[in-house]
Design a protein. Structure first.
Length: 185
């Protein structure tokens, strides 16, 4: 379990695994921007970098909404084979439906960006986007995820104390970790 700042920590963490692994990515954004020659690794492209790794199989992206980059990034993620589940899909179809969209796997790595949660309850992030998941939806997803396969790791990113004046985002992130670990153990 890694608590990070921004997403640049994710690709090296996943690269460290020497076994096949599936990715479950909770986020507002696709994070599938290619980057530039000057900046191959950034907070906008960890899933793109992960998709280039030989040990990564399936990528499921949950909570995607809002301004997620260029249409070409979305199309590239689809062409790679990412299973993209929008926040609207979660709200419309429910968390049981979402869990059924995640393939069974021997090994799962979870990338969790706090901005997947609606900013009305998680304002302490650099890229808030209205229309996110609520705590109950997130809890249902995160506590059932271990039924899809063995959880090998998780990183939680983008909680920004400078924007979290009442510490509600920090407390929510802590509670999600507590729920997640409790469901595994």
């Amino acid at each position: 379990m890694v608590f990070g700042g921004d997403h640049t920590i994710t690709a090296p963490l996943v690269e460290a695994y020497d076994e096949p692994i599936d990715i479950v990515h909770f986020d507002t954004h696709l994070d599938f921007v290619d980057g530039t020659e000057d900046m191959k690794y950034s907070h906008s492209n960890p899933i793109k970098r992960i998709s280039e790794l030989e040990n990564v199989n399936n990528i499921t992206q949950i909570g995607i909404r809002g301004f997620t980059g260029y249409k070409s990034n979305y199309e590239e993620a689809l062409n790679y084979g990412s299973n993209i589940i929008t926040a609207a899909d979660v709200i419309k179809n429910g968390t049981s439906w979402v869990l059924n969209q995640i393939p069974k796997s021997d090994n799962i790595y979870v990338k969790f960006d706090i901005d997947v949660i609606d900013p009305s309850i998680a304002p302490g992030t650099g890229t808030p986007e209205p229309g996110g998941l609520n705590y109950i939806q997130m809890k249902n997803l995160i506590t059932q995820l271990h039924l899809k396969g063995e959880i090998k790791g998780i990183n939680i990113v983008e909680v920004n104390p400078l924007f979290d004046v009442a510490e509600t985002t920090f407390l929510l992130a802590s509670r999600i970790v507590f729920d997640f670990l409790g469901s595994i153990f």
